[in-house]
Design a protein around this ligand. Structure first.
Ligand code: GAP
Length: 462
């Protein structure tokens, strides 16, 4: 079995209608990507899985859908306007641009040393680069500019005049929309602690070093849960969500040997965080953060309480204690999950007859197309095949393929991860039976037409 390389993955996604370069007919726009017909389906299916496990099946958790544009004071209080900066550094020799913290982290990784960068000033980062003699990965010189701070929030104007009074920000994370609705949700749903609020939506960051396809983008989607609990119970909930998140990824079918926890060392933690763990995935370019899970204490609610002058404390109806809840935040990128799923599921296999097949061994529930209907001989079997198609498409996203040999049609379905192919042949006309083929085992079985829907319901669920 051969795993996919990053360049091949970009081509695969384009050729099969998963992801196209954004604005391509105008020459593209740097790091913008459009999801095609199959990509949209896969993305929706990932969202449905997250929503099912984190909201629908969890009696403690509730979902919202907050606005992208918020009062700019939200971002001032949260600290994003002053602190959501990337430290930018340029190589004077080859003019390559880097994030200074990434440069140091990459150096630390490859030399197996720990060099904390969290919370360091620009000057401190420059000193680290000098003292370790960290060189430019491109030209190997150590001749960098000073560090400039670059704020990641995208700004725009609301209304007709462009002045600072109308300045608003595109949200840099979905989390803030949750914090500012903490009271609304708690009161309207009459909730007692602990409870969580989750949402899925777009976030925007003017990343200075986007790349690795959809790993780091300027416009991306997040699936975030903010779980509010009593101070003192937070570390227990943190441990609970750490495991819950890992189990979720395994349930999506991601191989456990490609996943690992990376607990942040004390020196690495943000000043308000009691504990943070990343779940990392082994991407073709190396281990990278997929999911951030953090104990954020009462930091977010306390800054919004102060900034909005609104009492956000929770009154415990049993003990009469009044306090700001602590927050456990599992924050997952949707596009990064998409990339993970494709990297993990893509295979090139050599079959017994020495032919090769490209196959996306994706969880059947995630598959963009669940079933492909194949009339064996176009002239004789199309009408019956269309009848079956029309019935099944009410329940599942399915496709119809009558072009080329049956073998070629199987290969096309395998390549996009379609878990089942249904072939309509003479037996279908005579006995009402079809042949259903399994993508992974390539085994075939006969079913009566009436049994198809139960068979699919049994095999395609999350
Ligand atoms: N509310 C916390 C928060 O936003 P984060 O670590 O900045 O934390 C959480 O982001 C997750 O969002 C990351 O683990 C990653 O999966 C995804 N993410 C962050 N920045 C991204 C980007 N530029 N492009 C794609 N995904 C991104």
């Amino acid at each position: 079995m051969e795993k996919i390389k990053m360049d091949d993955l970009v081509n695969y996604c384009k050729n099969y209608g998963f992801i196209f370069q954004g604005s391509s007919i105008y020459g593209g726009l740097s790091n913008s990507w459009d999801y095609g017909p199959l990509g949209r389906e896969l993305k929706e299916n990932i969202k449905k899985c997250w929503w099912q496990k984190f909201i629908q099946e969890n009696p403690y958790n509730f979902g919202i859908d907050s606005a992208i544009l918020m009062n700019p004071n939200v971002w001032i209080s949260s600290g994003h306007v002053t602190n959501f900066n990337d430290p930018l550094i340029d190589c004077k020799n080859c003019k390559k641009r880097y994030r200074a913290d990434n440069l140091i982290e990459e150096f630390a990784k490859s030399n197996n040393v720990t060099i904390p960068v969290e919370g360091k000033s620009g000057e401190e980062l420059v000193n680290i680069i000098k003292s370790y003699n960290i060189t430019c990965p491109s030209c190997h010189k150590n001749d960098f500019t000073d560090i400039r701070k670059f704020n990641l929030l995208f700004e725009t104007n609301m209304g007709v005049t462009e002045d600072t009074k109308n300045k608003v920000y595109l949200r840099g994370e979905t989390a803030q929309g949750i914090f500012i609705n903490f009271l609304n949700v708690q009161r309207s749903m009459r909730l007692k602690l602990p409870f969580g609020i989750g949402q899925i939506g777009k976030s925007f960051r003017n990343e200075i070093t986007p790349g690795n396809f959809i790993f780091r983008m300027r416009e991306f989607e997040q699936m975030e849960l903010e779980f509010f609990c009593k101070p003192g119970t937070d570390l227990e909930w943190f441990g609970y969500y750490k495991n819950f998140c890992l189990e979720f990824l395994k349930e999506l079918g991601i191989k456990k040997e490609n996943l690992r926890f990376r607990d942040h060392a004390k020196e690495e933690l943000s000043f308000y965080s009691k504990a943070t763990t990343d779940i990392e995935y082994k991407f073709p370019f190396g281990w990278g953060e997929l999911w951030g899970i953090a104990d954020r204490t009462d930091y977010d609610l306390s800054v919004h309480e102060k900034g909005s002058k609104t009492d956000l404390k929770y009154l415990d109806p049993i003990t009469n204690e009044k306090y700001l809840p602590y927050v456990i935040e599992p924050s997952l990128g949707l596009d990064r999950t998409f990339l993970t799923i494709i990297c993990d599921a893509y295979n090139k296999e050599v079959l017994e007859d020495n032919s090769e097949r490209e196959v996306l061994k994706i969880h059947p529930y995630l598959a963009p197309i669940k079933v492909t209907i194949l009339p064996l001989v176009k002239k004789y079997h199309t009408n019956k095949a269309l009848e079956i198609y029309e019935e099944l498409c009410k329940f599942y996203n399915i496709s119809f393929d009558d072009a080329g040999s049956i073998g070629k049609r199987y290969r096309r379905a395998d390549a996009v991860g379609t878990p089942y192919c249904i072939t309509v042949d003479d037996d279908t006309l005579k006995y009402n039976t079809i042949t259903i083929r399994n993508r992974d085992t390539m085994e075939q079985e006969k079913l009566n037409i009436k049994e198809i829907i139960n068979y699919l319901n049994k095999n395609i669920k999350f």
